[in-house]
Ligand binder design. Structure first.
Ligand code: XMP
Length: 515
């Protein structure tokens, strides 16, 4: 998408925080994207960046093969902000000197600055910053001078105002640098001259134009799951091309209570989107009969999904594009992890796999956005909160929460318990504090007593976790009365459950889902 002259490009040197840098810049309402450190200079100039940020990175400039940018980047004539390893690159490549520090500096430090350049405009004279580095600059390159120091870093912030090169040894993008956002905002607004003009409204406008241009009257197929990403992608594409969007929603029989109705109501009735509803419950449940092994369940669900989806797609007639709700973190996921940038960039197949012989081109209108931006976009497009604010739900659905054998009756039991759990969480005002809440039906039965009668029924386990990105998670601390209400309602209202457990396992070692 075109953001010429208004884009801040983050050159990624393998920093764990690259994504965060781009997000902070976008929070300043300036468009930002991340590219691998070795992006060819021609590509970089074509992006017409208003400024460049060198991310940090785990390497040492002295290591063989450590990542270095094309030296012509210093001749592009655009402002550069080097963060951490980025500072060492200035010193190493422009004629200064970098040495191994006697001790790694890690944690909180206090920056004192004497700024006349604008990078610390509005920042307290002494402010907390977050440090994490092993190397340090010992000689500045010509043109640079010190603009900030900490207890242990005489070169904590350096600047060459003529060339508009700035370096900070600390990490302005992390929360432990409370005024870091101001520093990044100073860089993008005051130094690079970007306006605060990037917001969801302007994104919608340029995305709609871009989708119209690419699709150009052809047909788009979109698998709608009811999750945030595919929902927002569908509504955005629909805004651009209306009836040329064809959505397919597969009911695999493993959905939450009321899900099929919700999706049809929102997309068909409210948005008037062409929605093909495939009721494939029997096919999935037949294929899953007698299967308890988690991986086998997942494989069966995935492969039946592809079959059903392809059949529906063919019924709809010739299609040219397949729309997917791929997000920015999926696109850039592996850049930092391996240091071998472009080769590892992958596309993420949310709908379970691209029907290959259908010869479809991918349309991924969210591939520049982070998850919270997708939610903001969904709200901008008028999607209801019950869709944009919802917890993640796995593709294999209740199939991986119905532990042991999957039967229609057990799924109905699980659906009821799940609906009660979510309902009580919402009533307690806790839904948005929780990353994900779910119920598993366990393959054990237990003895109970209900109204003077002995029962021997199913057991369910509640799970609710907090998390930033689903990579790690902690169990949610409920007020006991909420758990008590959930347990009592489940035992009273759900026919086959007589015992409720709460899962207090963090991730790791437990995954969020049980299977
Ligand atoms: P785990 O269970 O691995 O899950 O801790 C991490 C996150 O991923 C979700 N999840 C899935 N999402 N298809 C999906 O779209 C899947 O097959 C799948 N399996 C797990 C899970 O709900 C959690 O948010």
């Amino acid at each position: 998408m075109e953001h010429a002259g208004k884009t801040i490009v983050v050159l990624d040197f393998g920093a764990q925080y690259s994504k965060l840098i781009a997000r902070r810049v976008r929070e300043s309402q300036v468009y930002s994207l991340i590219v691998p450190y070795n992006t060819p200079m021609e590509t970089l100039s074509e992006m017409k960046p208003a400024g460049i940020i060198f991310s940090g990175g785990p390497s040492s400039v002295h290591q063989d093969g450590s990542p270095k940018p094309d030296p012509r980047v210093f001749e592009l004539g655009v402002p550069i902000l080097g963060i951490c390893y980025g500072v060492q690159l200035f010193a190493h490549m422009l004629g200064g000197k970098v040495e191994r520090a006697p001790e790694r500096e890690y944690g909180i430090a206090h920056l004192e600055h004497s700024d006349a350049t604008g990078i610390f405009n509005g920042v307290d004279g002494r402010t907390q910053v977050w440090m994490s580095h092993g190397d340090r600059v010992v000689d500045l390159p010509a043109g640079f001078h010190v603009v900030g120091t900490t207890e242990n870093s005489p070169y904590a912030a350096i600047a060459d105002p003529d060339r508009q090169f700035y370096g900070v040894q600390f990490h302005p993008e992390v929360v432990h640098t409370p005024q870091g956002k101001q520093i990044l905002s100073n860089f993008v607004h005051r130094i690079c001259g970007c306006d605060a003009s990037w917001d969801m409204g302007s994104f919608v406008e340029s995305a709609v134009n871009e989708i119209r241009r690419r699709v150009n009257g052809k047909q788009v197929l979109c698998g709608l799951s009811g999750g945030v990403d595919s929902s927002v992608a569908a509504v955005l594409i629909h805004k651009a091309i209306g009836a040329n969007l064809n959505c397919v929603f597969v009911n695999n029989g493993l959905l939450r209570k009321g899900e099929a109705e919700l999706v049809q109501r929102v997309f068909r009735d409210n948005f008037h989107i062409n929605l093909d509803y495939a009721d494939a419950e029997d096919r999935f449940l037949d294929a899953l009969k007698g299967v308890s092994e988690p991986e086998q369940k997942r494989k069966i669900i995935g492969s039946v999904f592809i079959d059903v989806f392809e059949e529906e797609a063919r019924r709809l007639g010739h299609m040219d594009f397949l729309a997917q709700g791929t997000l920015y973190p999926d696109v850039i996921e592996s850049v930092s992890a391996t240091g071998g940038p472009s080769a590892t960039i992958k596309s993420h197949h949310n709908v379970g796999g691209l029907p290959e012989d259908m010869n479809l081109e991918l349309l991924e209108p969210l591939r520049e956005l982070f998850k919270d931006e997708v939610r903001a976009l969904g709200r901008e497009l008028g999607l209801p909160e019950e869709i944009v604010g919802r917890h993640p739900f796995p593709g294999p659905g209740l199939g991986v929460r119905c532990i042991g054998e999957i039967t229609r009756e057990r799924l109905d039991t699980l659906r009821e318990a799940d609906a009660i759990f979510i309902d009580e969480i919402k009533k307690a005002g806790l839904y948005d504090d929780i990353w994900q809440a779910l119920v598993c039906l366990l393959p054990v039965r237990s003895v109970g007593v209900q109204g003077d009668e002995r029962t021997y029924e199913e057991v369910c386990s509640l799970r609710a976790v907090t998390s930033e990105d689903a990579m790690t998670a902690d169990w949610f601390r409920f007020p006991p009365e909420v758990l008590q209400r959930v347990a009592s309602r489940i035992c009273n209202e759900v026919k086959h459950i007589n015992r409720v457990l709460y899962d207090v396992t963090s991730k790791p070692p437990g995954t969020i889902e049980w299977e």
